[in-house]
Write a protein that binds this ligand. Structure first.
Ligand code: FMN
Length: 169
């Protein structure tokens, strides 16, 4: 699979099968995250891999959508604002670093026949309390993933390249 076809095959899966995800596949995703670049190589992240049904149910309270309940696994991606690089003007690069790591995981999931969906619209305070995070640790993305319940037809709605690209040739 070329990189572009892998990227084209990834889509937001919101309907998961009941089949459990093999631990090797989860580890492969975590390795992909580990390899992600980060500003000044600070690697300001922690990954909480959840497959335990009781903890998945608690996570569901942070993002109470029916489809989220169907996920057999979820990785909570946590940014460490004490470790992340800040530019001289103060810009914290934590979100950028986390986004790259999450994208690596989402693509690694796709490569292995799994689907995933980025979730940022969760209840931050509930999630913080659930894991008792210190204030410098911010859960930034939940990545539920698993096998697709059915062959989803997904269309990529994307702006045309000429709408988003400027060339200086
Ligand atoms: C930073 C980010 C946050 C997102 N948060 C949510 C979310 O909270 N809930 C959700 O259902 N989808 C969420 N998504 C998924 C987007 O809606 C989805 O990626 C976009 O519509 C493009 O569709 P595709 O992923 O199928 O290509 C998020 C995606 C990104 C990149």
């Amino acid at each position: 699979m070329t990189f572009v076809s892998l990227a084209a095959n990834r889509y937001s899966l919101r309907n998961f099968a009941t089949k459990k995800v093999e631990k090797e596949k989860i580890n492969y995703m975590l390795q992909a995250a580990q390899l992600a670049p980060s500003a000044v190589n600070k690697q300001p992240w922690k990954f909480i891999a959840v497959t335990q049904p009781a903890m998945l149910a608690k996570l569901h309270t942070c993002y109470p959508r029916d489809w989220f309940k169907t996920a057999q696994a979820c990785i909570v991606v946590v940014g460490n604002h004490e470790e992340s690089w800040k530019r001289l003007d103060g810009k914290d690069h934590c979100d950028i670093d986390i986004a790259i790591a999450v994208d690596h995981m989402a693509l690694a999931a796709t490569e292995q026949g799994l689907g995933s969906c980025w979730v940022c619209n969760f209840d931050l305070e509930k999630c913080r309390q659930l894991f008792n995070f210190a204030s410098h640790l911010e859960p930034i993305v939940l990545l539920p993933f698993g096998y697709p319940a059915n062959e989803a037809v997904h269309e990529k709605k994307r702006k045309e390249l000429d709408e988003i690209v400027t060339w200086y040739e």
